[in-house]
Structures are given as structure tokens and as C-alpha cells.
Design a protein around this ligand. Structure first.
Ligand SMILES: CC(C)(COP(=O)(O)OP(=O)(O)OC[C@H]1O[C@@H](n2cnc3c(N)ncnc32)[C@H](O)[C@@H]1OP(=O)(O)O)[C@@H](O)C(=O)NCCC(=O)NCCS
Length: 154
């Protein structure tokens, strides 16, 4: 597995992986209506190009293609973190997160924060985050429960 920086040119592949991750991994926590509101089966690629262009993006790849990606802001907000269902629980998200945290530490960021899905909460707890509040975000008129989480960097 290797990591590289992503750009808006990776929007199509990232959108496809995001859609597969939500529908393939989040079924235990979010019902079909919630998954479709979160990840429409036909992603809006222009929206994804704009979203990626506004973030720092790291991709994990191997010879088989894209394995996962993380999108974060330079202020320490982790905006997106997804892995392909076929490689779940094999350390892809951990590798992406570790590299993003290293880069943010080097910039002097003191606090990381994220809005974690119910599925991602244990992942972020494992990375040293704490759950600050349970919250619901709205997508396409559907409420999606999750957690606001944060981590202070030494
Ligand atoms: C959450 C997600 C990014 C984790 O990716 P991953 O590559 O499977 O994570 P890792 O293999 O690096 O997991 C590291 C640790 O996090 C925890 N963890 C990860 N996924 C977990 C799960 N489904 N349930 C419980 N703990 C989990 C475990 O402690 C795991 O270590 P272990 O496998 O040795 O027990 C992935 O499941 C995903 O894309 N989910 C769908 C979308 C989503 O919710 N994204 C986050 C939006 S905020």
C-alpha cells in the first residue's frame, strides 16, 4: 500500500469508494433510507471535485486500485475518512489517519476534531479521540446520528 496526495482529478474514484463504503459497511448502524440519503447511488462528481479541492486529501492505493482516502482541513478538522469494503479492518484508515495527524502536528495544530459516524466512533476512540457530544446531521431530509469527537495533540 502506498499513500499519495489526492486532487480534484480523483473525485470520481473517491466518490465511488465513498458510495461503496457507506452501502457496504454502514448497514449495521444506518438503515437503507439513511444510507441512500448519505450516499446517493449516483454521486454528483462536480460536487465531489469542489469538495476535494477545498481539502487536503490523501489516498491509499495498491496495484488493485484505490483502497481508501482521508480529507482534512489544515485547522485540524477531519472531514472524510473511508476505506473500501474489501479491505475493511486491515489498517487502511489507520495508515491514512496516522499520516494526516503527523502532517497536522508538523503544522503546529493543537486539536483535531471530526463528526464521526456510529461506525467510525470506535475507530476514532482507538486513535485517542474522545466523544464530545452525540449529534444528528441532516442529509436530504433524513437524520443521521453520529458523534462530535476531538483529540488534543501534545
Ligand atoms: C470507519 C472506517 C473508515 C474504518 O476503516 P478501516 O480501514 O476498516 O479501519 P482500520 O482497519 O484502520 O481499523 C483500526 C481500528 O479501528 C477500530 N475499528 C475500525 N472499524 C471498526 C468497526 N467497524 N467496528 C469496531 N471497531 C472498528 C478497531 O479498533 C480497529 O482495529 P482492529 O481491526 O485491530 O480491531 C471504515 O469502516 C469506513 O469506511 N466506514 C464507512 C463509512 C464511515 O463511517 N466513514 C467515517 C465517516 S466519519
Amino acid at each position: 500500500m502506498r499513500l499519495r496526495e489526492g486532487t480534484a482529478a480523483d473525485a470520481k474514484a473517491c466518490a465511488a469508494l465513498f458510495t461503496a463504503a457507506v452501502h457496504g459497511l454502514a448497514g449495521q448502524h444506518y438503515d437503507s433510507a439513511q444510507r441512500h440519503a448519505w450516499a446517493p447511488l449516483t454521486p454528483d462528481i462536480t460536487f465531489w471535485q469542489q469538495r476535494l479541492a477545498g481539502l487536503q486529501v490523501l489516498l491509499a492505493e495498491d496495484a488493485s486500485g484505490l483502497l481508501g482516502f482521508i480529507g482534512y482541513a489544515q485547522d485540524g478538522h477531519i472531514d472524510m475518512l473511508f476505506c473500501a469494503p474489501r479491505v475493511a479492518r486491515r489498517g487502511v484508515a489507520s495508515a491514512l489517519y496516522r499520516e494526516a495527524e503527523t502532517r497536522l502536528r508538523q503544522r503546529g495544530v493543537e486539536r483535531l476534531c471530526t463528526e464521526a459516524s456510529l461506525l467510525a466512533q470506535p475507530f476514532f476512540l482507538r486513535q485517542g479521540f474522545t466523544s464530545d457530544a452525540r449529534e444528528e446531521v441532516e442529509r436530504a431530509g433524513v437524520r443521521l446520528p453520529g458523534y462530535r469527537m476531538s483529540k488534543m495533540l501534545d
